[in-house]
Design a protein around this ligand. Structure first.
Ligand SMILES: *[C@@H]1O[C@H](CO)[C@@H](O)[C@H](O)[C@H]1NC(C)=O
Ligand SMILES: *[C@@H]1O[C@H](CO)[C@@H](O)[C@H](O)[C@H]1NC(C)=O
Ligand SMILES: *[C@@H]1O[C@H](CO)[C@@H](O)[C@H](O)[C@H]1NC(C)=O
Ligand SMILES: *[C@@H]1O[C@H](CO)[C@@H](O)[C@H](O)[C@H]1NC(C)=O
Length: 388
């Protein structure tokens, strides 16, 4: 019998209603079992790109991928990313990049993220600035096209595509994941903007982010899992490229101005999430504080079993083993000979930073293990309950 009917009956019988009510509430909580997300649709940058950038602009070269995939796998990492661990723990296959035309199977989701993506469209080309032209609005256009056309193709009858594309109802049952914003912050700094100037761009960045979440909701999306942005001031590519003074380095060795802007972004993102919850009545939105997890890992690296938190495992030269002109997997010409310089460190399993920009698989796994149970989320919902 349903709780409501039981309550009514017992109420009429003037029995110990209170006891029964509290029993019912407990059952209701228990009945809020694990969600079954049949698919994941991901939006983001290199933190969650599983092949989009590589398919479009050329493969990330070895030693990217060497730890887990044993060959390049479209990820800027030696192995798996947080999004891979999310998919795995939900019992879903690793996501293929939407742009990856070769061998992709989208039956359980698609990944629209590309390395270098920003929320706001940039006014520079990839060649000029290194930022991907596939900004979040473009990722949404792709998603929209995927949503409409996948169903047209599926409904055409029996074909191999039926097996390779998601069912129609998956779009409302799926988990929509986001990890984007880091490049909007660095784009400002790389243009020599002051901290205040970069901060001043953030409301516009988040307005554009909000629009995309609303647009996905309009298409039936209900469950949103939103990562905040990490401590970008602890990454060699920022520390190496933007001049900072000794007074701007924190105890850990990270650049405070960059981290302060990241924290400001996160504070505003949290406000946006509160606004979206009000505006989108049937949405379930989980905000995940990835910043705190990553900063804890970097600032207490030894305690957590890691070494040299600010040093790239795969890179070349300088204080951080990082040189933007000789990146991981790249060659230099020494005396007319090509030499592979981006060689990985001996033990990537104790390194945090992979290539000066991205985290190692070991660090990604560590981060995933901290966020999966909801202890860094608002509300503190575990991943598997993120539909309630
Ligand atoms: C696509 O992936 C699903 C889930 O892993 C699998 O069951 C299915 O067989 C795959 N389809 C094809 C055609 O490879
Ligand atoms: C690009 O230029 C347009 C028009 O001047 C401006 O509105 C927009 O904010 C610029 N975008 C960025 C990321 O600077
Ligand atoms: C930023 O400043 C540096 C150092 O003054 C300069 O070399 C660089 O060209 C500037 N970048 C831009 C985009 O203005
Ligand atoms: C880098 O050098 C290696 C070793 O000589 C060579 O096999 C590889 O093709 C080079 N890669 C590029 C992109 O030049």
């Amino acid at each position: 019998m349903e709780c409501s009917k039981l309550k009514l009956l017992l109420f009429l019988a003037m029995a110990s209603t209170l006891v029964v009510v509290s029993m019912c509430e407990k059952t209701a909580m228990k009945n809020k079992g694990e969600c079954t997300f049949p698919a994941i649709f991901n939006f983001g940058d290199s933190n969650s790109d599983t092949g989009g950038f590589s398919a479009t602009f050329g493969q990330a070269r070895l030693p990217h991928g060497e730890t887990f995939f044993h060959s390049p796998a479209g990820r800027y990492c030696d192995g798996r990313l947080v999004i891979d661990f999310i998919a795995q723990s939900l019992g879903l296959p690793y996501l293929h990049g939407y742009l990856d035309a070769i061998g992709s199977n989208f039956s359980h989701g698609a990944n629209f993220a590309t390395a270098g993506s920003t929320v706001r469209p940039q006014n520079t080309t990839l060649h000029q600035s290194g930022f991907s032209p596939i900004s979040l609005n473009i990722q949404f256009y792709e998603f929209n096209d995927f949503h409409q056309r996948s169903q047209i193709i599926r409904n055409k009858g029996n074909s191999v595509f039926k097996e390779l594309l998601p069912k129609g109802d998956y779009f409302s049952k799926a988990l929509y994941t986001f990890d984007i914003g880091q490049n909007d912050i660095t784009a400002g700094f790389f243009l020599n903007m002051s901290t205040d100037e970069v901060k001043a761009t953030i409301p516009d960045v988040l307005d554009q982010f909000t629009t995309v979440v609303k647009d996905i909701y309009e298409q039936g999306g209900r469950y949103f899992w939103i990562h905040n942005t990490g401590p970008v001031g602890c990454l060699p590519y920022v520390m190496d490229r933007v001049l900072i003074t000794a007074g701007q380095v924190d105890k850990v060795g990270c650049g405070s101005p960059f981290n302060k802007v990241a924290q400001f972004f996160n504070q505003k993102l949290k406000e946006v999430v509160v606004y979206l919850r009000k505006k989108l009545a049937h949405a379930v939105i989980t905000y995940v504080d990835v910043y705190s997890v990553k900063y804890d890992l970097i600032s207490h690296a030894t305690k957590h079993g890691f070494e040299h938190p600010l040093r790239a495992c795969c890179g070349h030269g300088g204080k951080y083993n990082y040189n933007m002109h000789i990146s991981c997997g790249g060659n230099v010409t020494i005396k007319g000979k090509h030499v592979l310089v981006g060689k990985a460190c001996k033990d990537p399993s104790v390194a945090i930073n992979w290539d000066g920009v991205h985290y190692t698989e070991a660090a990604n796994k560590w981060v995933f293990d901290r966020i999966v149970d909801g202890s860094y989320s608002d509300p503190p919902t575990p991943l598997k309950m993120a539909c309630h």
